[in-house]
Design a binder for this molecule. Structure first.
Ligand code: G1P
Length: 281
């Protein structure tokens, strides 16, 4: 499940008309990076939670036969292959969020589409840069422990108020059993330096928890609060994942991620190396 119904306020004015998930990172939009990570992690279906006006996200992930035909006629083989790949990554189902009532509400809007399945949930604001995709690492932990799993990352104290923060009852290496969760705590009140990052394995019990969750931080229905209330009914574990998550949800993060990936990319390396010197002789 990919909740992608947000307004993109952190990225205005770029996102005034264009959904932030369609901003490109190198040669493909953010949503495609997210779906590629999910597919590489074993997902065979994507449930997109969309707000009105964001249908182009689903369209990007579906075949575009007229465009494919045109590229074929013109002999544009590489472009044809790229377009076909984007449109055939996996099955796409769309769920709707009627009003921007928070991440928890967005996840709840996909309840009917998910049904009685344990599922992976990912926020497309971060790209996974890891030998084993971060989502796959979470699924591996789920196979070991059988519970809902959160992606955890240690952050400096002055950054914890941007995230959900996990209180830990017990640790086994990089696996931590969660005893409490607080969404965006003030730094002084944080119970650990472990931030919840935007990757989750969730059991279907999350939907019952979400139905009972009242608006919390920022007046929104918070996924973090619903996962916190699931602790009464069973364990939730977190995994401090290997590798990195790269921010593409803010202009500064997006720019830094593009520069970083470009420097490591055979096709774009030269373009960034010579940036700033172009035009000079
Ligand atoms: C969301 C979650 C938060 C999590 C964060 C990770 O917040 O609510 O718990 O730590 O994603 O990026 P948002 O960034 O949407 O404010």
């Amino acid at each position: 499940m990919i909740p992608a119904a947000g307004l993109g306020t952190r990225f205005l004015p770029a996102t005034k008309e264009l959904p932030k998930e369609l901003l490109p990172v190198l040669d493909r939009p953010v949503i495609q990076w997210a779906v590629e990570e999910a597919v590489a992690s074993g997902a065979d279906e994507i449930i997109l939670v969309l707000a009105e006006g964001k249908e182009a996200l689903a369209a990007h992930l579906r075949p575009d036969l007229p465009l494919e035909r045109l590229l074929e006629e013109r002999g544009k083989t590489a472009e044809l292959e790229a377009v076909r790949k984007a449109g055939n990554l996996c099955r796409v189902t769309v769920a709707r969020q009627a009003a921007p009532r928070g991440l928890g509400d967005a996840v709840l809007c996909a309840a009917a589409a998910v049904g009685d399945r344990t599922f992976l949930c990912m926020l497309p604001d971060d790209l996974s840069l890891a030998q084993t995709p971060v989502l796959r690492q979470l699924w591996n932990a789920h196979e070991q422990l059988g519970t809902s799993i959160l992606a955890l990352m240690r952050v400096p104290n002055d950054q914890i108020s941007r995230y959900g923060c996990a209180e830990i009852a017990e640790s086994r290496g990089k696996l931590h059993r969660v005893s409490g969760l607080v969404e965006k705590p003030p730094a002084a009140e944080a119970r650990s330096d472990l931030a919840v990052m935007g990757r989750y394995v969730l059991t279907p019990a999350i939907f019952g928890a979400l139905r009972k969750t009242q608006p919390g931080a920022l007046g929104e229905i918070q996924l973090t609060d619903a996962i916190g209330s699931m602790l009464e009914g069973g364990d939730v574990w977190g995994v401090e994942f290997e590798g990195e998550l790269l921010d593409v949800g803010t202009p500064a993060g997006w720019l830094a991620t593009n520069m970083r990936l470009a420097r490591e990319h055979p096709e774009f390396r030269n373009a960034v190396a010579s940036a700033g010197t172009a035009g000079r002789s």
